[in-house]
Design a protein around this ligand. Sequence first.
Ligand code: GUN
Length: 296
Amino acid sequence: MTAELIDGKAFGASVRARVAAEVLGLRARGVTPGLAVVLVGEDPASQVYVRSKQRATAEAGMAGFEHRLPAATAEADLLALVARLNADPAVHGILVQLPLPAHLDADLVINAIDPGKDVDGFHVTNVGRLATGQDALVPCTPLGCLMLLRDRLGSLAGADAVVVGRSNIVGKPMAQLLLRDSATVTVAHSRTRDLPAVCRRADILVAAVGRPEMIRGDWIRPGATVIDVGINRVPGEGGPGRLVGDVHFASAVGVAGAITPVPGGVGPMTIACLLANTLAAAARAHGLAAPAGLTA
Ligand code: GUN
């Protein structure tokens, strides 16, 4: 048996097309959704992410505002920028790229963002709203994973879901979203006893540990749906290396029922969901409902 490949690139493109169509509708009412991206310092991976976010924003017909600050920026100056963006009616979404340089308190900065503009869904208000079942802006990567799972499985009710990883960005919000869709959720992590056996219980396995190819084919229940959130660059022979997920794809593909490839699986969904969140934030800022099917 060979697993069906879950094509996040194609699905992400369809989400972006739906967002672009909704943006046209908002613009006809005089509202152009705007996303501000703040990058502090020179982290090369962050620079790549920020550039692709800016490009995707423009392609969706949104306004993009980019703020690049030196690595030595004082916390007070970053907080002042966030305050200006909070007050700017042309800005509906604010994303402060992480990680921040070590002298800056990321929690303090994130919690200074207007929760209604927090398109990363990292503000404690949005985290709490998600956990209590209220309308929230939801972190983009787990939202993208949820869209892929719903598209493939329809209802998730009663499914055994195992999330490997407990980060604030992916693992914890993923668990909340699966629980809200009535899955039976286990959150596993580096201290979990007999992790392979826990993974083998899963109808839905979400891998978000950041360890290249850790999850092997014999950890997977035959027919399971496997979502690989990992993006790890491993050294290659002389070249720039290759990208691998947290799942050992070659051994998993013969066991799983469906699996996301790396690259081309979860990655493209993250940016699509960032656009969806910005659209939702812009609509709500103008007293309109967020478009159906593009939110959790
Ligand atoms: N760094 C890595 N992933 C993310 C993300 O989803 N949002 C932000 N702001 N920074 C990140």
